[in-house]
Design a protein around this ligand. Structure first.
Ligand code: SAH
Ligand code: SF4
Ligand code: F3S
Length: 438
């Protein structure tokens, strides 16, 4: 029998990027071949995100665009994986009646079996149980990137921020064993990876067999050949002094912290169930900056949460002004099924006001971000070269330990994956510009 070929496309967060590598690992191990040309695929998987309504609409639209391949008969199986099937399988079946496979994030080990069943019976295969034991500990992901990769250290979330669908689509929080994380990381490093990002919705609450998150960071950092260690996401309520200390002292741990604050008003934070006040957040940041002066901070911000007044919103602007983030992911509140906010609050801020507020946070963040990264002008920084720059072929881009983007005029000797020193000469938008220093 000819080898069946699959094509997988990923939407959503870094955890989904990692999960697609898991799925790829599982399918390759079972004899399937990965290809990058959708027109030649027998099997198509979209690994999806349900965090906001737009994310769902985007995936449905994308799958509709692929419908003709299924009709033509070239494509035997079209499947939707990840958070949208878990969020609303009924909607997918209604809007995409040609779908063959629906799998939630805890059922990827069953995909080979589901594919076989589907080919045999021509019936839709669904596996949407959440499994609190599922950590895929024994499965090695198929890593695409040659020098940088993700390692998921925990799955699910127990925080139940009132707006957020993640606890419903990913289930309860569980930590992988330190042993399996170390095995996977060592394997990646032995294949040439020099930068690892440890992933979880709330990495600070990692705990397995007595190993805390700071202890895990220390253990992973000891792997020979690993140069840079990153992690995301940190929840402000769980940032410990120990984590700050380890980050400050350990040379391999990058001096960058992604610390979503979401909103500035204490009223809104309370209704979001975030577990901290504006002042507590700002004090944490001050402590972090005192202990790690070179730290770069990034964040997530939501505007237009139910009942957010103009006064509430001004508090959000104040946090952005005071905290000095390099960058922020900024979102308009999107009401989600299952959530506490949907059940208890009315999505009552008009589209117009939401958009105006988004524009205002974006403008302020742009100014503050440029000031922050501008502090690097005149310094020499080590960067990990990632790729040829999008704008000009003679230029390349890389990142500093603080995760700041640096664009530089390259030469023939430099390639993606190299660590080089660059003298920073300028800053524009969210990027630094520099010249190679030997
Ligand atoms: N676990 C991470 C974030 C996961 S989701 C954390 O707690 O920080 C990524 C971001 O999406 C969130 O930080 C939040 O800013 C945004 N988000 C989540 N649910 C949302 C919703 N219903 N509407 C708009 N933005 C949302
Ligand atoms: Fe969602 Fe909150 Fe969990 Fe982050 S911590 S995934 S925002 S519930
Ligand atoms: Fe989206 Fe699921 Fe990640 S909802 S943000 S892909 S955990």
């Amino acid at each position: 029998m000819l080898t069946m070929k699959f094509f997988i496309e990923t939407f959503g967060c870094q955890m989904n990027v990692y999960d697609s590598e898991l799925v790829t690992g599982i399918l390759i191990k079972n004899g399937y071949e990965q290809i990058s040309n959708i027109n030649k695929a027998d099997i198509l998987f979209l690994n999806t995100c349900a965090i906001r309504e737009k994310a769902v609409e985007r995936v449905i639209h994308k799958m509709e665009q692929y419908a003709h391949l299924k009709k033509k008969g070239d494509l035997k199986i079209a499947g939707v994986l990840g958070c949208i099937p878990q969020y609303s399988s009924d909607r997918l079946k209604k809007e995409l009646p040609f779908i063959d496979i629906l799998s939630g994030p805890d059922n990827y080990d069953k995909l080979p079996q589901m594919i076989s069943e589907c080919l045999k019976n021509k019936k839709i295969q669904e596996n949407l149980e959440l499994n609190e034991e599922q950590n895929y500990d024994d499965i090695l992901p198929f890593i695409k990137n040659k020098f940088s990769s993700f390692v998921t250290i925990m799955r699910g979330c127990n925080n139940f921020c009132s707006y957020c669908v993640v606890p419903y689509v990913r289930g309860r929080e569980r930590s992988r064993s330190a042993g399996s994380i170390l095995r996977e990381t060592s394997d990646a490093v032995s294949k040439g990876i020099t930068e690892i990002t440890l992933l979880g919705q709330n990495v600070n609450s990692y705990k397995s067999e007595g190993v805390s998150f700071p202890a895990l960071l220390e253990k992973v950092s000891e792997i020979e050949g690993l140069k840079r260690l990153r992690f995301a996401t940190s929840h402000p309520k769980d940032i410990s002094d120990e984590l700050i200390k380890v980050t400050a002292e350990n040379k391999k741990i990058c001096k960058h912290l992604h610390l979503p604050f979401q909103a500035g008003s204490n009223e809104v934070l309370k209704r979001m169930n975030r577990g901290y006040t504006k002042d507590e957040y700002l004090i944490k940041i001050e402590n972090i900056r005192n202990s790690i002066p070179e730290i770069a901070l990034t964040t997530d911000t939501i505007v237009g949460f139910p009942d957010e007044t103009e006064e509430d919103f001004l508090q959000t602007l104040e946090v952005i002004e005071q905290a000095g983030f390099d960058n922020s992911f900024m979102f308009i509140y999107s009401e989600r099924e299952h959530t506490y906010a949907k059940k208890n609050f009315k999505d009552n801020i008009s589209k117009k006001i939401k958009s105006e507020r988004l524009k205002k946070v974006a403008e302020l963040q742009k100014k503050i971000g440029l000031e922050q990264i501008g502090n690097d002008v005149g310094k020499t920084k080590e960067i990990l070269v990632e790729s040829v720059s999008k704008k000009r072929k003679t230029e390349m881009m890389g990142r500093t330990g603080q995760n700041r983007i640096v664009i530089f005029e390259s030469d023939d000797t430099i390639k993606a994956g190299d660590y080089i020193n660059v003298h920073i000469t300028g800053a524009e938008g969210v990027s630094l510009f520099g010249e190679i220093r030997n």
